[in-house]
Design a protein around this ligand. Sequence first.
Ligand code: SAH
Length: 467
Amino acid sequence: MDFLPIFMNIRGQRCLVVGGGEVAARKAALLQEAGAEIVVVSPRLSPTLTEQVRRWDISYRQGRFCATDLDDVVLVIAATDDEAVNREVSELARARALPVNVVDNPELCSFIVPSIIDRSPVQIAVSTGGASPVLARLLRTRLESLIPSAYGRLATMVDGFRDRVKGRFADVNARRNFWEQVLEGRIAEMVFAGRDEEAVAALEKALVSGGEQKVGEVYLIGGGPGDPDLLTFRALRLMQKADVVVHDRLISKEVLELTRRDAERIYVGKERDNHSVPQEQINQLLVDLAKQGKRVCRLKGGDPFVFGRGGEEIETLTENGVNFQVVPAITAALGASAYAGIPLTHRDYSQAAVFVTGHLKDGTMNLNWPALAQPNQTVVFYMGLKGLPVICSTLMAHGMSAETPIALVQQATTPRQRVFTGTLGDMPERIAGEEVKAPTLIIVGNVVKLHDKLSWFRSEAMIAKGE
Ligand code: SAH
């Protein structure tokens, strides 16, 4: 170990920053967060630092660093671009046994400033001992994504219970078990979901009964359009926590692989006109699993509340008193739009975007066609592949030009993505010989013209064909 990691209390203590540029401003901001009384010494100040001096009431001495600047300070940071000044600060500070940091120069430092993940009171510091600050920053980014932003609130909450838990469980192991249950279970999840009061009540209850009762719950999670990189941090965390995963056909293999390896997986299908498990049975299944005390991940394609019947599922949960939370996601329209280079709105072409279902019922679609057949908007049809001829002919019958551009985006955001473009007049014929696979999204409007210019994503099929 080249450095001893410690966390230092500098609240209300004088700390010196030598330098007036942007780097000095960043260091001053850090000291400010830790509550220090800051002194800045420099001949000049950058605009940022000038503003900080004003806003935070920092003492500023204009001029070159001199030895008396070190009087009465507990910590020193040198952030000038003058090597000689930095060296002088370092030597004089060390002579007085003051901790000193010289930015980007480990040799002149008696301490280094780590990359910080701040979930106060929880703090995680990453350091490479000065070898590579960029590497430390990359590691920090990785950790950031793993640690929910509400960890700080969780820590503050449990802090308030420490003495009582100590009193309740004399045995160290029993105490540790209790805290593990709380910090990895339902109570922690409540805090992450913003339900702090409920969490405190549940913790009170657990304290009385001697442990957390095993209560099941349901996470209604949007799995996004297919590319696993598009999952949210929260989705991933809950997917790895759940004991059971209930998923349907829209969930890509790549996304499903990110659920906990030992979790039970239940496929409830859902193909066009052939719902393998009726919706009511799915609703009931979720209730039953949760009542067995399981943490259930209900994983749905795209966003759970966009043509996902998520509303019906949680209605049943509410009626049965089952706890749940909903995790939003990238819906197919957003994924397809981004990966096919078709912006849904655009200054010149489209001032609105409308998402509708193109699901056929008795050969027609019950839609407000006059409203859809308007210029300057983009209309996205979900579940419209089978009804494509009806969509094209009905839009034209309501006054849209046969030349209006239209795109089909098959399996958007996955390695199997394919994009077909044409016009309302020729699209059904154009794809007659092609095997267009579900799920496919239909985008109608002038924004489709941008596809050739803005498309950037290359699927495996395109790479194989050398496109
Ligand atoms: N809740 C989902 C939509 C479910 S409806 C969401 O927010 O995306 C199912 C329809 O979504 C499919 O018929 C298809 O039109 C569309 N869809 C879902 N994933 C898709 C994908 N990766 N590519 C293209 N369309 C997709």
